[in-house]
Structure formats: C-alpha cells, structure tokens
Design a binder for this molecule. Structure first.
Ligand code: PMP
Length: 360
C-alpha cells in the first residue's frame, strides 16, 4: 500500500531553527543569532503571551467565538465586512484556501521566480499547474506590470509578493492596479503582504473593494511575532466572501492563536517598536555589510556574497544563522533578517569577517 504518486510535489525547506543548529554544533541556542526566517526578534507582544496563558485552561473547547472575534477585529481594522476576512492557519493556510476556492484540476498559477516556494506547492497539492515570471537580478529584481504581464497567459491565479521574499523588491500601487485590470476576468490576482507592516507603501486591501479579482494575504507571523502559532488571513472581494464556508478546514485557526492574535492587534506599541527596529536594521545591514545588497521593503536584506552555501555554513559555525538562497535559485546570495539593535551589528561583524576570509 503506497500513497498516490507524489513525485511532482516537493517538500518545503524552511530555514533551520536555532535549536536544531545548536544541537548540531553542541552550542546553547541562546548563544546563536537566528536571522534566517524573518521572525520578530522582539518576540511576541506581551499582551499576546498573557492572552495565551489566560486561554490555556479552556482549550478543551472548539475555537468558535475567538475565531469570530478575530475575523471581526481584523475586518474592523481594514474597514471591510467580516465575511471578507478568511482566517487561516498562517498565510500558508490562506494560500491553500485560495487554491481550493480557485483551481480546477489542470488550472495554472503564475508565480514569481525567485519566489516563495509555497505558492507552487499549494497549486500542485490542488492538482493545478505552475508557470513563472522571472525577476531578474540584472534588473535589481524589478517588479513592474511588464515583469508579470509579459509572462501572463490566462492563468487562473497570479501571485504578486510585495515586499518580495527573498529580494525585498516592491510593486507600486499603480503596478498592482495595472496588473489587476489587465488580466482576464477569470484570473484572481493575489497580493501577498506577509511583510506589509515593514513597508511605507500602502496596503492593497482597499483595492479589494473595487476589484472583484483581487485578494490580499496578511499574517501574524512576522510583525506580530506569532509565527509559532500559525495564524494569518486573506481579505477577499465581496463576491468571494461566501466561498470560505465551503473551502476552510473547520476551526481554521486554533484557540490560542486567535486569542493571541486578538491581543497582538491591540498592542500598537509592540508593533511600532518592531517596525521601527526593522527599518533601522535593514538600513544598518545595507550600509555595513561588505557585499552588494538590494533595497528592501521587508524585515530582511538580500546580499550577494559569492558562494552562499559556504558563507552561510561559516557564519553558522560562528553562531549567526542566515538564509542561503540556493533553494530560491540564487546560489550567490544570502538573506539576512533584521535583528535587534544589539544583534544586527554583531551579525554584520561576523558576516564581514567570514566574507574577508572567503575572499582571500
Ligand atoms: N508569504 C511569504 C512571502 C512568506 O515569506 C511567508 C513566510 N515565510 C508566508 C507567506 C507564510 O507565512 P505564514 O504561513 O507564517 O503566515
């Protein structure tokens, strides 16, 4: 007895956790600086931690009210109706819900290359096919309407990531509108704003009022510091609202995740501090890394370092974990997440020491 033929599917390769690396190197995880998964270096909001503690004794009950409350609170934030907010287990879960709602077997999804690997994985899980548009390093990974539309050929779904992982490149609002208005009526454009809190560009959520082929993804994993709880959402146009009930896994996000997300939404101080530190850190990384870097709207910076696998291995041995971007098709680049005002300069020093050694 075997599973069905899964040979077309590829496993997701996450950045490695500090604990895993610490075990491998025989170190204390507290001695490692993990700048490989774009997590919040300040941790979760203290209010979220308190909410998790308070909810712990009642996790025997299904998360009905908390799920409704979170949908309403998010909807209120964006000025949309609660039905248009599809709460999900992470933005990853929201990507799956959109695939379920959109793709018939054989339908195609257009995604960026390099890009976030879960889009094509989700398409294939849902018996869809994948085509790509190229972001070119020679062009500083520019994200313009032509970047997408030159490759577009009637796909059912098109993903735009802004700020883009792993390059940090952004689409302008005008570009997003142009893509949305240029594609066929049957094409859903999904704007992935997983890193939306860190950019100064406006969110595309408001555009979903006027365009019934545009959805926006957001997550509590990054700026809200709740990656371990797995909670995110997509805001969909009115015409899509009712589909949620037909595609979501029951009780999409768990009780602790919903309660923590509700508390985090109200903690403006934590969010502000997080965003301010990330903006400072990405400027620090760009100014001080001895390697070419790209402008980033996210909480990370892409740096061209030569042999990325060797550099990432060497910095890891010195306690700094960065993301080797070979799996993104960029074997000469590492992605360095924004740390705190203390850990970022230390990481820069380590990376620069390694680069000096590798280069001689
Ligand atoms: N989109 C992008 C561009 C990402 O980088 C990530 C996380 N690495 C996600 C979506 C998924 O985020 P989560 O599932 O943690 O909400």
């Amino acid at each position: 007895m075997q599973p069905r033929d899964l040979s077309d599917l590829s496993p997701y390769v996450p950045g490695r956790g500090a604990e895993e690396v610490a075990r491998e190197l025989g170190l204390d995880p507290d001695d490692l600086t993990k700048l490989s998964s774009n997590e919040n270096p300040h941790g979760p909001s203290p209010a979220a931690v308190e909410a998790i503690r308070a909810a712990a004794p009642t996790v025997n009950v299904y998360p009905k009210a908390s799920h409704t409350d979170l949908g309403e609170a998010v909807a209120d934030r964006w000025g949309v109706t609660p039905e248009r907010v599809w709460i999900a287990p992470g933005a990853d879960g929201a990507i799956d819900y959109l695939s379920r709602a959109c793709l018939d077997p054989g339908d195609r999804m257009l995604v960026p290359d390099p890009g976030f690997s879960y889009y094509p994985m989700s398409a294939r899980y849902h018996h869809g096919e994948v085509t790509t548009y190229e972001l070119s390093k020679a062009d500083d990974f520019a994200q313009t309407p032509a970047t997408v539309l030159d490759a577009y050929d009637g796909e059912r779904m098109v993903y735009l990531t802004t700020p883009h992982n792993p390059t940090g490149a952004e689409f302008s609002r005008e570009a997003i509108v142009e893509v949305t208005e240029s594609v066929d009526e049957h094409t859903l454009v999904v704007v992935d704003e997983a890193y939306g809190a860190y950019t100064r560009a406006p969110s595309s959520v408001a555009l979903t009022d006027e365009h019934d082929n545009l959805a926006v993804l957001r997550t509590f994993s990054k700026a809200y510091g709740l990656a371990g709880l797995r909670v995110g959402y997509t805001v969909v146009p009115e015409a899509w609202a009712a589909a949620y009930a037909r595609v979501n896994t029951p009780f999409a996000a768990n009780e602790l995740a919903c309660r923590a997300a509700l508390a985090a939404l109200d903690d403006d101080d934590h969010l502000e501090r997080t965003v301010e530190t990330a903006r400072w850190a990405r400027a620090h990384l760009r100014e001080n890394l001895d390697a070419p870097t790209w402008e980033s709207g996210g909480n990370f910076v892409l740096a061209e370092v030569g042999d990325a696998a060797a550099v990432a291995e060497a910095t890891k041995r010195r306690g700094v974990i960065v993301r080797d971007c070979s799996s993104f098709g960029l074997p000469d680049c590492v992605r360095v997440s924004c740390g705190t005002r203390e850990s970022t300069p230390r990481a820069v020093e380590t990376i620069n020491d390694v680069l000096e050694e590798v280069r001689v």
